[in-house]
Design a protein around this ligand. Structure first.
Ligand code: AMP
Ligand code: ZN
Length: 136
């Protein structure tokens, strides 16, 4: 399940070299070339799934367990103070490479990095309406 012109398929399967920090049968984890912080890593399944909707549940579970393990390693080996686990799902959400990946971004006190959003100010009624839309 590889896709011909997908750069992450090629990286995940070793056809294009990368700075790999972890590999098993299902995943390769590489350092991001344009890191938000020291140690910013990308968890790539070796098979091609364009986004989270395509990713089988078993792989999704394994990806989170792996993120937990590697997050702990970032804390231990890089002295990170925490980490962000992110997945941009769809173009509107900022996804630029359409091979599922999770960002594991170690964070450091005073790293001054911004992984933020502008907080909204919905009324109670608006929240209730949204709640209804989603639940019903
Ligand atoms: P996203 O915007 O969530 O699709 O993230 C794509 C990420 O892939 C960005 O953080 C890029 O810096 C990173 N990236 C793109 N090409 C490469 C590459 N060849 N090696 C490592 N990271 C890459
Ligand atoms: Zn791919």
């Amino acid at each position: 399940m590889k896709e011909e012109n997908c750069i992450f398929c090629k990286i995940a399967n070793g056809e294009i070299p990368s700075k790999t920090i972890y590999e098993d049968e299902e995943f390769r984890v590489i350092l991001d070339l344009a890191p938000a912080a020291k140690g910013h890593a990308l968890i790539l399944p070796k098979n091609h799934y364009s986004n989270l909707f395509q990713l089988p549940e078993e792989k999704a579970k394994n990806a989170i367990v792996l993120a937990k393990k590697l997050g702990a390693r970032m804390v231990e080996k890089l002295n990170a103070d925490g980490f962000n686990l992110m997945q941009n799902n769809g173009e509107a959400a900022g996804q630029t490479v359409f091979h599922f990946h999770m960002h594991l971004i170690p964070r450091y006190k005073d790293d001054n990095q911004k992984i933020n959003w502008e907080p909204g100010t919905p009324t109670g009624e608006e929240l209730e309406e949204i709640q209804k839309q989603i639940v019903e």
